[in-house]
Design a protein around this ligand. Structure first.
Ligand code: ATP
Ligand code: MG
Length: 246
């Protein structure tokens, strides 16, 4: 048992969840490494959501609400850390949820599908190998997508995403929103909007402010997006980290 008043309580709880996912065999070994990399960057931003990240979160929600076919792309790590919040967000913003595994095995797909079903969510896309298409005909495991989900999506919310896949999605005209603790990763650099924050804080915050944004007009939502510069926002996130070394 991790005592609640432990200074690194959240971080330790997240480790437990990742370890548990590994034991249940739906998280690949490399998922643990990806988590560790995230932890290091989280440490540098003091394990809290910055004002800069909040701005990116607001712009992301505006974009998701204006989209025709928004999709939340998930994997083993995001399932382990935020399954309940992902389901709740998808309902709030009317987005589909699609599974994409870097190290895809039938077993992992089955376990994750069942985890969602246990929560009453039966619409997880990307689980049927016969219903997967290749984006732009690119026959790479990085390019698979379900027809009604990522393949035809206009906006995709990715997290713990691999740079090669982000590149394929971006090159095919998808609007990419990335939640990535490392502002220097290729995914963070290539996304249209980059939220430099931990998914365990970002997704609950998205749920919290989505009602407020849903009350806004299309014009107001467009203004939020137009006033947002991802280049500036990413630089501000880097500046925050640099500040730790001054
Ligand atoms: P890229 O392929 O985009 O260049 P990478 O190879 O450095 O990135 P990956 O392992 O492919 O890293 O992707 C994992 C990314 O997710 C890393 O940038 C890591 O910092 C980030 N990350 C890990 N855990 C979290 C988390 N809980 N919330 C948000 N981001 C996270
Ligand atoms: Mg990578």
């Amino acid at each position: 048992m991790i005592p609640k008043n432990h200074p690194r309580y959240n971080s330790l709880i997240e480790r437990e969840k990742i370890k548990d996912a590994m034991k249940k065999s739906y998280l690949a070994e490399s998922g643990m490494i990806a988590h560790g990399r995230g932890e290091a960057f989280d440490y540098l931003i003091e394990e809290k959501t910055s004002k800069t990240a909040e701005m990116a979160i607001k712009a992301s929600l505006a974009m998701l609400l204006l989209s025709e076919n928004p999709v939340i792309s998930i994997n083993g790590n995001s399932t382990a850390l935020a399954i309940d919040q992902i389901i709740e967000l998808s309902k709030k913003i009317n987005a589909k949820v699609e599974l994409n595994l870097f190290y895809r095995t039938d077993k992992r797909v089955k376990i994750i599908k069942e985890l969602f079903e246990k929560k009453g969510f039966n619409k997880l896309l990307g689980t049927d190998p016969y219903n997967l298409k290749y984006i732009n005909g690119l026959e790479s495991p990085r390019a698979t997508a379900s027809k009604e989900g990522i393949y035809s999506a206009d906006t995709i919310l990715v997290m713990l995403e691999d740079g090669d896949r982000t590149e394929i999605l971006a090159q095919n005209g998808k609007f990419i929103i990335a939640i990535d603790l490392n502002p220097l990763s290729r995914t963070a650099q290539m996304a249209n909007i980059t939220i430099v924050d931990n998914i365990t804080r970002t997704i609950p915050l998205m749920i919290k402010i989505s009602d407020n944004l849903k009350n806004k007009t299309e014009k107001e939502l467009n203004k939020i997006i137009n006033d947002f510069s991802n280049e500036k926002n990413l630089n501000d996130s880097l500046e925050l980290i640099r500040g730790k070394f001054k």
